[in-house]
Design a binder for this molecule. Structure first.
Ligand code: SAH
Ligand code: MG
Length: 205
C-alpha cells in the first residue's frame, strides 16, 4: 500500500486495526472487476484502506453510512466519543471527519460517500458489486438486514468481508458472527482469509 495513504489510514479515527485494514486492502485488490461498497464508514478508517485499492484498480468505493453512529456509539454506550456530537443537532455527525480523511488521502475521485440508512439504500441499489464490507450496526436487526440487503448485489466470485466476527461470545456480540455463519451455510461463500475479527469470503455462485 502507498506509504502515505497507509500512514493516513492508520492515523484516522475508527475501529479497524491496521493489520485488518491491510487485509481489506489486499482483499479488495483481489476482487473481480466492478465497484466496491462498505457499510459502516464512521470517520473513514476502513474507507482509506479499501479506497487505496480502488484507486489502484481505477474503480470506486461506495461508502455507506448515515453518519449518526450505531447504537453502541450513542451517549452512555461503550463506544461513544463525545466530541463527535454536532452541537446544532445534538446528534453524532461523523460525516465531516469522513470527508476530511478522504480528502487528505487524495481519494475523493475513488471514494463516494452515500449518506443514508443502509437497508433503505440496499433495497434501491442496482449496481453489481465486486467487493462488500459489512461493518455497520452490530445489533441483530441491523446486521441481518445488511446481510439480506447487500448480498444479492455481490457478483459471483465477489469478495465479502465481515468485521467484528467473534466465535467466542466472551469476545463480543453475536450478530456479525451469525451473518458469517449464514454466508458459509449452503456453500454460497468460501472463507479465503481471517485476521483478528475480520473474515474474508468469496462468493461461489
Ligand atoms: N468501518 C469503520 C467503523 C464503522 S462503525 C472503521 O473502519 O472505523 C459503524 C458505523 O455504522 C457507524 O458509523 C454508524 O453510523 C453506521 N451505521 C449503523 N447503522 C447504520 C445504518 N442502518 N445505516 C447506515 N449506517 C449505519
Ligand atoms: Mg468494526
Amino acid at each position: 500500500m502507498d506509504p502515505r495513504r497507509r500512514m493516513l489510514a492508520e492515523a484516522t479515527r475508527g475501529f479497524m486495526p491496521a493489520d485488518e485494514g491491510l487485509a481489506l486492502y489486499e482483499a479488495a485488490l483481489a476482487a473481480p472487476e466492478g465497484p466496491f461498497l462498505e457499510v459502516g464508514s464512521y470517520c473513514g478508517r476502513s474507507a482509506l484502506f479499501i479506497g487505496a485499492a480502488a484507486a489502484e484498480r481505477g474503480c470506486v468505493l461506495f461508502a455507506v453510512d448515515h453518519h449518526r453512529g450505531s447504537e453502541e456509539n450513542q451517549p452512555g454506550w461503550e463506544w461513544h466519543e463525545p466530541d463527535l456530537v454536532d452541537p446544532r443537532s445534538g446528534l453524532i455527525d461523523t460525516l465531516p471527519h469522513f470527508r476530511r480523511s478522504v480528502f487528505e488521502a487524495g481519494l475523493e475521485e475513488h471514494v463516494v460517500a452515500v449518506v443514508g440508512d443502509s437497508p433503505r439504500l440496499a433495497a434501491l441499489w442496482g449496481t453489481p458489486l465486486a467487493f462488500l464490507l459489512i461493518d455497520g450496526g452490530h445489533g441483530a436487526a441491523p446486521a441481518h438486514a445488511d446481510y439480506e440487503g447487500w448480498i444479492p448485489h455481490l457478483v459471483p466470485g465477489g469478495i465479502l468481508a465481515i468485521h467484528d466476527v467473534f466465535p467466542d461470545p466472551a469476545d463480543g456480540g453475536r450478530p456479525p458472527y451469525e451473518i458469517y455463519l449464514r454466508a458459509l451455510e449452503g456453500g454460497l461463500f468460501n472463507e479465503t482469509g481471517s485476521i483478528g475479527s475480520l473474515k474474508v469470503l468469496r462468493r461461489s455462485a
